[in-house]
Design a protein around this ligand. Structure first.
Ligand code: ADP
Ligand code: MG
Length: 297
């Protein structure tokens, strides 16, 4: 006897819709048939369709989170050549991709280095891995987000706009130092950083170290306050390597496996001091204030 003969299938379909169980709705006839044929205990049938519903739900969730993240395409961990950035520990990055330890407490990641060194690629790759692990991430050029927040501010909706970003465990602000002078005249970026402080994480990439960030915020005091909040719980990646593409092109030309020379960029003492270490561990007590002051002047 087929189970389907003993129930009102149309009504069952409606109930499964109401319960928002689309996968069970699709799969149950096939599973029921198999269960009947093979004499499964009822509990096994129930467990099987429940597992499928859960798996499909997780799959849909990741797809939704990927769509809202606006990650640049093709920038994955697999396609990132860690040998090109010897100062970055692959193990540390992989641990970071799990997310739990830092996202839960709203810690930040700051990536510094000259153009082409792989900051955006690495940031996007970490973002992608986090989404696959169930976190919500948004990747944006900093100038684009600042522009959006400025519009919200004009409409007296800044607070609401910033609150809407709370759904993202991680905001990746790419190219912070490219914020233009007119954009810097408003404090929306500072408002965003303050609102997320110790609650929601931010990952920032920048060609310019802290010392140059005075162009990004309306005044030096605000720069100082922003940097202070950002570094309080932060891991800093200093990616002082020559442009990856330029290097690849040169290496192809040389046809030799000689490592490229490192480009030199002016670094603040803070960045040197914080290389690859969770900043908070090194910023104990009043030392904190001193370092920030040094970095931002
Ligand atoms: P940045 O953001 O630091 O300016 P990008 O991440 O945009 O640099 O890198 C420039 C280009 O070089 C991108 O196409 C990126 O995928 C590639 N690239 C940079 N570093 C690496 C790397 N270590 N491994 C693989 N590709 C890289
Ligand atoms: Mg970039």
């Amino acid at each position: 006897m087929k189970t389907s003969h003993t129930v009102d299938e149309a009504r069952l379909g409606i109930m499964l819709n109401d319960l928002r169980l689309p996968t069970i709705k699709t799969l149950w006839p096939r599973f029921a048939e198999q269960a009947d044929k093979e004499g499964w205990p009822a509990a096994r049938f129930l467990a099987a369709i429940a597992e499928h519903e859960l798996a499909e739900r997780a799959h849909r969730r990741v797809a939704r989170h990927l769509a809202e993240a606006h990650l640049p395409s093709g920038k994955t961990m697999d396609s990132f050549d860690f040998d090109a950035v010897p100062m970055i520990s692959k193990a540390q990055v992989m641990a970071m991709a799990a997310g739990d330890s830092w996202l839960a407490k709203g810690a930040n990641v700051l990536m510094f280095g000259p153009p082409g060194g792989g900051k955006s690629h690495l940031a996007a790759a970490i973002g992608l891995a986090l989404i696959e692990n169930g976190w919500r991430v948004m990747f944006t050029r900093t100038t684009d987000l600042v522009q959006r927040l400025q519009v919200a501010r004009h409409e007296l909706q800044l607070e609401a706009a910033i609150a809407r970003l709370d759904k993202f465990d991680l905001l990746i602000l790419d190219d912070l130092a490219y914020v233009t002078k007119d954009q810097a005249e408003t404090s929306v970026l500072f408002e965003l950083i303050s609102a997320r402080y110790e609650r929601r994480s931010v990952m920032i990439t920048a060609n310019q170290p802290f010392g140059e960030w005075n162009r990004v915020f309306p005044d030096p005091a605000m720069t100082l306050a922003a940097v202070d909040r950002l570094v309080h719980h932060a891991t800093i990646f200093e990616m002082n390597v020559e442009s990856y593409r330029r290097r690849s092109a040169l290496e192809a030309k040389r046809k030799r496996g000689r490592p490229a020379a490192y480009a030199t960029i002016k670094n603040t003492p803070l960045i040197d001091a914080e290389r690859q270490t969770p900043a908070e561990e090194n910023l104990a007590g009043d030392k904190h204030g001193d370092i920030i002051t040094d970095a931002a002047t």
